[in-house]
Design a protein around this ligand. Structure first.
Ligand SMILES: C[S@@+](CC[C@H](N)C(=O)[O-])C[C@H]1O[C@@H](n2cnc3c(N)ncnc32)[C@H](O)[C@@H]1O
Length: 249
């Protein structure tokens, strides 16, 4: 493989793809699609439908199972590091099988630069092998952009910074001095456990997708409703992706 596009595809709405992304897809010979589990199979189906919709030349789909994290490893950083190494090894094996003159593509959810390790893992795959492909990144619409657009709100207040964090970090404490905090990767409903005083929440499940759910209001008033809606949606679909913005008023 001589070149790899890393294409941001947005957050599940096929219309999130940029013209640049469609152009890159149409220069691609092999598209690598991760599969595994209920969430991943839905996401794989979305990736495949994007290919069918936008690519007007012959291409090959290569599906590969995403390795699972070893939850027995106690230390979080070590657990993630080991998991990334497994994926890097998968990449090396898979890319070695592609023809030397082929152009490949990985379709990355949202934007490849935001809470996504594909670029880090690709660096590791290149450093541990003799593979010498070029990487070209095509930016995508992030879950943050989809969230603020869905609620028609600006991300920041005038002249102020924004903190982007995870549920795990928010649980450890409100970021000092912040008036806007965006929370991603929160499998534990941290919004339900923090002190809600003075906070307004804009919460979205499956933002940009057909299943999209939007709830907003003072955190103390709506957090129960969000929690119930999140549980019900997760039970119905078998998986959920959610994101929220907290604004201190
Ligand atoms: C591994 S990160 C990927 C972020 C992605 N690279 C981006 O640019 O948005 C996954 C997290 O993004 C958020 N996310 C991604 N897609 C989403 C969607 N359609 N609806 C709600 N949250 C989403 C969730 O917080 C989820 O836990």
């Amino acid at each position: 493989m001589k070149k790899l596009f890393v294409i941001g595809i947005g957050t599940g709405n096929p219309e999130h793809l940029s013209v640049q992304a469609v152009s890159a897809l149409n220069q691609t010979d092999v598209i690598f699609i991760p599969t595994k589990g209920e969430e991943k199979s839905t996401l794989a189906a979305i990736r495949k439908s994007i290919c069918e919709r936008y690519i007007s030349r012959p291409f090959r789909l290569v599906e590969y199972p995403i390795s699972s994290r070893n939850e027995a490893i106690g230390d979080y950083t070590q657990r993630v590091h080991d998991w990334h190494e497994l994926i890097a090894n998968n990449y090396v094996e898979m890319f070695q099988q592609a023809p030397d003159d082929a152009t490949g593509a990985l379709l990355v959810w949202g934007d490849p630069g935001l809470y996504d390790s594909t670029l880090r893992i690709l660096d590791s795959a290149r450093s541990k092998s003799s593979l010498q492909f070029d990487i070209k990144v095509i930016p995508g619409i992030t879950a943050i952009a989809a969230l603020t657009a869905a609620f028609a709100i600006p991300l920041n207040t005038i002249g102020n910074p924004v903190t982007i964090t995870t549920g795990r970090k928010l649980r450890a404490g409100w970021p000092e001095g912040a008036d806007t905090v965006v929370v991603m990767l929160d499998g534990e409903k941290t919004f339900a456990d923090i002190v809600p005083d003075g906070l307004h929440i804009y919460w979205a499940g499956y933002v940009g997708m057909e299943e999209q759910i939007l709830i907003e209001g003072p955190l103390s008033v709506v957090r129960g409703r969000i929690s119930t809606a999140r549980d019900a949606a997760r039970a119905r679909h078998g998986w959920i992706m959610d994101i929220y913005l907290l604004r201190r008023r």
